[in-house]
Design a protein around this ligand. Sequence first.
Ligand SMILES: [Fe+2]
Length: 281
Amino acid sequence: MRILSLIDDLTATDRLAAEHGSAIYIEYGGKKILFDTGASDKVIVNAERMLLDLGKLDAVVISHNHTGHIGGLAHLLAKFPSLTIYAKRAAANDFYKGAAFFRFRMSESAAFFKRYADNFVLFENFQEIFPGLYLMTDESADGSHRPDNRRFFEKESGKFKRDEFKHEVFMLLMRTQDEKDGCVVISPCSHLGVPECLETARLNFPHSPIRGTVAGFRLSVGGKKLTVKRDFLESNARRVADLTNYTVYACHSAGKLGYEALKPMMGDQLQYLRAGEEIIF
Ligand SMILES: [Fe+2]
């Protein structure tokens, strides 16, 4: 399988556009999949510069309904109107960020999902979209274990309620038909936590070692300061190391600052996957 970062907060070269968001191009079992679409039309710009034909995509998967992940979708649909898009059913709603007196929408609207209803495959939970490629999440989690999630809201019947991130999903790809050969986990943003994703992968596939992880850790959004405390970072590093011995590629919401803070705790196990870089498993 080939995993190529198309959009990230960091790029490997200044010939590619960077933005706060994520889009990962995946070739797997003869299929071409785009996991998230970045925040804007930059996903199309970067794909053209990398000579990737997004018109040949078999599927788009949306990790959650936040602009950095779904913002490029309208641009993609304008160019490729017959795309098939997978997302959690809970994503088809309005999501906000902010404090008590100032909240701004940071998602596509429920109306957007209605307009493109023919393109969307909305699912409740665990989903195998191609043989060996799974979408899943920790259905018992509500995001309350991460203090930084308190700034996020969902609007339901005109009222704000805390976002429980029921709209978030991560991807698991089996390396071969034999689960014992291991799997790769991709979770571009991880509002529900990276160790939590790996634990869910382990629960669903207990005999499949996690041979690679690509994950946003949500550590330094905005890039100016860390959004979590040091003991939280240390426990994340420890829990991840307990769940996988293989390389973990930070991306997007980890940020440069978060990556640099985690690096001394995880050593060589931690790398960063910038836009323009690819991993072959
Ligand atoms: Fe994000």
